[in-house]
Write a protein that binds this ligand. Structure first.
Ligand SMILES: [Zn+2]
Length: 159
């Protein structure tokens, strides 16, 4: 089950207030964007759940791969970084049923401590499944082959 970072939907005006507050104290770094996945909940289902269960069902942190939560720094330019978060939300939306909504949401960096997380677009160390070498990629679900092995496999397939 996807982790929960925030149990409500955030309006954009609310987000602007949070950001304005951080600007006022001169530090945006405690804030991050994550993608909130809003999952529909039928009335019948809702009746059988506690309030906490309903929130945990409806407002999850989008994760990929498996339970890893990608995040985007809010600093240094919240308007620009929000666009990155929206693009990421669009990727999630494209891969999921239309009933699920994906929106950029704010959280405190300290909240990430409770979940597996990575900065979206940052490089990952992967281990090549063929030669065992370590290589880096920005795509956490990349084919697990280093460039050398990929090239050799390609050559073998071609000739
Ligand atoms: Zn390799």
């Amino acid at each position: 089950m996807a982790p929960v970072l925030f149990t409500q939907q955030q309006t954009e005006s609310w987000q602007r207030e949070i950001i304005a507050g951080a600007v006022k104290v001169g530090d945006l770094r405690p804030l991050i964007w994550f993608i909130q996945m809003i999952v529909p909940l039928s009335k019948a289902e809702a009746r059988t759940m506690t309030q906490a269960e309903r929130q945990a069902h409806r407002y999850r942190a989008a994760c990929w791969p498996s339970s890893w939560v990608p995040y985007v720094e809010v600093a240094p330019d919240p308007a620009r970084t929000r666009i990155d978060a929206e693009l990421l939300a669009g990727l999630f939306a494209a891969k999921n049923p239309p009933a699920m909504t994906f929106v950029p949401a704010l959280a405190l960096r300290s909240d990430l401590g409770a979940v597996k997380h990575y900065e979206y677009g940052s490089e990952w160390d992967l281990i090549c499944s063929r030669c065992g070498g370590v290589f880096q990629t920005v795509d956490p679900v990349a084919v697990r082959l280093c460039a050398g092995c990929e090239y050799r496999l390609y050559r073998m397939a071609m000739y």
